[in-house]
Design a protein around this ligand. Structure first.
Ligand SMILES: [Mg+2]
Length: 488
């Protein structure tokens, strides 16, 4: 769907950003770096990147293609509209402001935007005033942006299709990152990654979670429902909801060790990693199964590690026996729904599991887990790479050279409604390619100037600017970048 701009006006730029050739050369020379975080490290992008590729330490590495076909169609359409001009042209050439008169834009913007979705672009399911026009404006003026959300539970393609319809703007998966999108990097790796391993997933819908992970390339995905329906004694209670009673399941790929049926480990069910993709529903069942595996020997369901509680091992022996690695896709304690007070999110489930674990270990062994999503740097690093790849791909399709397309972004503006995640993440993130991240806090979401006030905006939670809404945020950034007279 070709975006029809409702913006009127001509953009003027008072100064052009300096060439990034030197930065691009530096980019080519830089070695692979490892994150100081325990969760993710990232390798720097190549100048001519068609794929996004990062890796988790000890995990996999994954490249995935951008949506070239749709991007090509989009840029082809834009080019035709620009070159064709006429009354229907929604993108206009603008002046460099250097006194040379109007000339076509041939130097791409060196800045981009990252938008949170809920509370910035949408409230529940309705567009926030100004959001649609803002995204169309950016599309029409070839200013790159990425949608960066802590939400999840849907296939990226389905979520993008839904967002495109709700916002009335053409969006693609190549500039869209959900909280669990970075998990796709764990599929491959120097040790084979987790592609052929067996993983356990949970979230709001077991089968959707399974299909998401399978879409990333994981081949053996098990849910708590699979275990429950084959071994009801694992959870000897009534189920928490009708949801569980109707949850479909699959036969387990391998048998489980029980008190009456011991199996060779070569043939028994072994879980190598556990993932929480979004907000779980059946907390009791999930916590039971997750705790069983965290206490198991090497991830074999139905076993118990002899190292647990042994003081001669680190962490008092807990999680020291090859148990599955535990991943959470975000740490949000609350989220904003239609109820007038915030509702529990995935972070509440994480706290519950950690609380049970604390009881199991007598407080001697903190629960080891990897958490991504905003505000963690791993997610911003991943987003920056996706954004750079998206921008590069688009610029090459538009006719720019690989060197120009490979120049790193000078600035990215994160527009969000949550000081704890959007703002803190952007402020705390240190780009490996020298990109400066700025933060704009809007008043259309969870942060309330009246209820919370600016007193809570301290340290990394203090935004670069506070603005009424997303449209004002983009206006502010454009002016900061020297783009004048943009009329919305
Ligand atoms: Mg939000």
């Amino acid at each position: 769907m070709a975006a029809q701009s409702s913006f009127v006006g001509v953009l003027h730029r008072t100064s052009l950003p300096s060439s990034g050739v030197r930065a691009a050369a530096q980019l080519r020379r830089l070695p692979s770096l490892s994150s100081s975080s325990s969760v993710v490290s990232a390798q720097l992008p190549q100048v001519q990147h068609r794929h996004v590729s990062t890796h988790f330490p000890g995990g996999g590495r994954r490249s995935f293609p951008l949506d070239r076909t749709r991007a090509q169609q989009r840029w082809g359409t834009k080019r035709a509209r620009i070159e064709g001009g006429g009354a229907g042209a929604s993108v206009q050439a603008y002046s460099t402001g250097k006194g040379k008169g109007k000339e076509p834009l041939n130097e791409p913007p060196s800045f981009a935007f990252a938008f949170d979705i809920d509370g910035v672009l949408l409230h529940v399911s309705k567009p926030i005033p100004g959001a649609t026009e803002t995204l169309r404006f950016l599309n029409d003026n070839h200013i790159p942006f990425i949608l960066l959300t802590n939400g999840g539970g849907k296939l990226e393609a389905d979520r993008v299709k839904d967002l495109s319809q709700k916002l009335g703007v053409h969006l693609t998966t190549d500039n869209f990152v959900q909280s669990h999108t970075p998990f796709r990097e764990l599929v491959d790796g120097k040790d084979g990654g987790l592609k052929d391993k067996t993983i356990l997933v949970t979230g709001s819908d077991y089968e959707k979670c399974r299909s998401i992970m399978e879409s990333y390339g994981f081949k053996n995905v098990v849910t708590p429902a699979d275990i429950l329906w084959q071994h009801r004694e694992v959870f000897p209670f009534g189920l928490a909801s009708d949801y569980s009673d109707t949850t479909p399941s699959r036969p387990l790929p391998r048998p489980v060790h029980t008190s009456t049926a011991a199996h060779s480990n070569d043939h028994a069910l072994k879980i190598d990693a556990m993932f929480v993709l979004n907000d779980p529903r059946d907390w009791a069942l999930d916590i039971q199964v997750f705790a069983d595996l965290l206490l198991s020997s090497q991830g074999y369901m139905g076993t118990y590690s002899s190292k647990n509680g042994n003081l001669t091992f680190p962490n008092h022996g807990y999680q020291q026996d090859g148990q599955p690695t535990l991943y959470f896709s975000n740490s949000d304690l609350f989220w904003s729904a239609t109820w007038h007070l915030p509702r529990f999110g995935q972070g509440a489930f994480q706290a519950a599991l950690a609380g049970v674990w604390d009881q199991l270990t007598n407080g001697t062994a903190p629960l080891k887990r990897h958490v991504i999503g905003k505000p963690f740097g791993e997610t911003y690093r991943f987003a920056e790479r996706v954004l750079a790849a998206h921008r590069s791909d688009s610029l090459i399709l538009k006719g720019h050279s690989a060197d120009v397309a490979g120049e790193p972004l000078r600035s990215v503006y994160m527009v969000g409604d949550n000081p704890e995640s959007d703002i803190a993440g952007a402020n705390g993130y240190k780009s490996e390619v020298g990109t400066s991240w700025h933060s704009a806090l809007v008043k259309t979401g969870v942060w309330s100037a009246v209820r919370d006030g600016e007193k809570v905006l301290k340290g990394v939670k203090k935004p670069t600017v506070i603005v009424p809404d997303v449209k004002a945020a983009v206006m502010w950034a454009l002016e900061r970048e020297g783009w004048k007279k943009a009329k919305f």
